[in-house]
Design a protein around this ligand. Structure first.
Ligand SMILES: [Zn+2]
Length: 146
C-alpha cells in the first residue's frame, strides 16, 4: 500500500516508527521532533473521533431525510384528499344547496322563485307585472309570544 493511500492513523504509526529508529536524545531538534510527533498523534486521534462522529451524524441525517420524505408523501395524499373533498363541497353548494322559495303572483299568476335574503327583506316586485308582493315573515309568531 502506498503511503498516500494510508489512513491518518496508519500514517501516524508509520511516522512514530521512523522516529523510534532515530534514537532521539535531548537536543533541541530531538525535542522538537518528539513534540511534533506527539502533536500529530493527538491530532490523528481527535480527527478520527470527529470523522466517526460525523459519519454517525450523516447516518442519522439519512434516517431523518427518509422520515421527512415519508411525511411529505402522506401530506401530498392528504392534500389531494382535501382538494377532492373541497371540490365535492363546491359542487354541492352550486347545484343543491341554495335556499329558493317559489312564489306565485296573486295579481297575474306568474310563478317565480326568490332567495332567502329577498324573503327576509319582506317584499319583491313581480318580474312580469311589477306588482309589489310582501311577505309576512314570522310576524305572527313574534306577536303571539308577546
Ligand atoms: Zn304579477
Amino acid at each position: 500500500m502506498d503511503f498516500e493511500e494510508k489512513t491518518i492513523t496508519e500514517k501516524t504509526s508509520y511516522v512514530k516508527g521512523l522516529a523510534e529508529g532515530l534514537s532521539l536524545g535531548d537536543t533541541a531538534q530531538d525535542k522538537l521532533i518528539k513534540a511534533l510527533i506527539d502533536l500529530v498523534d493527538d491530532m490523528a486521534v481527535e480527527i478520527t473521533d470527529l470523522q466517526e462522529e460525523l459519519d454517525s451524524l450523516y447516518d442519522e441525517f439519512d434516517e431523518v431525510e427518509e422520515q421527512v420524505d415519508a411525511v411529505d408523501e402522506d401530506l401530498e395524499e392528504l392534500e389531494e384528499f382535501v382538494y377532492d373533498f373541497d371540490e365535492d363541497i363546491d359542487g354541492f353548494d352550486d347545484e343543491d344547496y341554495e335556499d329558493c322559495f317559489d312564489i306565485t303572483c296573486p295579481s297575474c299568476g306568474e310563478e317565480f322563485s326568490v332567495d332567502e335574503e329577498t324573503l327576509i327583506d319582506g317584499s319583491v316586485n313581480c318580474p312580469k307585472c311589477n306588482e309589489l308582493l310582501t311577505f309576512d315573515f314570522d310576524e305572527d309568531d313574534e306577536a303571539d309570544e308577546d
